[in-house]
Design a protein around this ligand. Sequence first.
Ligand SMILES: Cc1cc2nc3c(=O)[nH]c(=O)nc-3n(C[C@H](O)[C@H](O)[C@H](O)COP(=O)(O)OP(=O)(O)OC[C@H]3O[C@@H](n4cnc5c(N)ncnc54)[C@H](O)[C@@H]3O)c2cc1C
Length: 257
Amino acid sequence: MNSVVCISHVPDTEARIKVAGKGVDETGLKFIVSPYDEYALEEAIRIKDAKGGDVTVLTFGPDRAAQALRECLARGATKAIHIKGDASTADALGIAKVLAAAIKTVPHDLVFFGKQGVGTDNGLVGPMVAELLGYPQVNVVTKLEVGEGKITVHREIEAAEEIIESSMPAVITAQKGLNEPRYASLKGIMAAKKVPIDTKSVADLGLQDADIFHQRVVMVSLELPPEKSGGRKIDGSDPVAAAKEILKYIREEAKAL
Ligand SMILES: Cc1cc2nc3c(=O)[nH]c(=O)nc-3n(C[C@H](O)[C@H](O)[C@H](O)COP(=O)(O)OP(=O)(O)OC[C@H]3O[C@@H](n4cnc5c(N)ncnc54)[C@H](O)[C@@H]3O)c2cc1C
């Protein structure tokens, strides 16, 4: 049972982002494996542990994206492919074309994605890859069972749960709750250093730059939300007076009651 997991290398969700023009200032910025991709990776590793096979992690990004692959290998992935290129100058379809072409080069039964890449949150790449490969897809998945030649997949929807069966190969996008992602062990970190990363260019996949590095949607501006005001402190030494003051504020200023 072989899986490919597509890994996006995104700015740390804890980082203070500095906007520079229409982009983000990468100076000193820490990058991490996109959090939803961690659920995707964990599920693929659990399937490999139960049924054997390989877990290939795949990323399209600049040199530093190799760090994300090393981290995934340390957690239990067995193979890694790095398609080198400036993914930020491609749109979702460009990224999907690169990933689909790379996925075709490795044996696979399941292809995993995060339900969205944290940071830009488009949620487009997984479904686009499924379409390019002609595979069934189940998105925002919270439970997955692998049977004989088919999968049973759970999705949480508004006030209910959908249970879906699909043939393989299939595309799955992972939602929080699918599992509890593991941390890398020291043994895993050491072993990961010895695994070669298969590094390729877009041209090595038989693709032309012009097919990939295009932006059919254009970001007009990127702005941080306005600074929050400092809030208001009410003296709590007299609780009854403080409660009256709070009620007055809620009624007369916030007009919430
Ligand atoms: C300053 C900065 C630098 C960035 N550098 C990188 C980078 O080096 N590499 C990178 O991947 N992202 C990088 N990102 C994140 C990138 O801009 C997108 O967030 C990311 O590619 C997902 O895009 P999306 O929201 O359109 O994808 P979505 O459609 O929301 O992504 C869904 C899923 O598709 C997969 N996926 C998306 N993009 C890729 C990819 N390039 N390679 C493999 N799988 C992918 C992941 O499984 C992801 O969970 C960077 C973001 C910023 C702000």
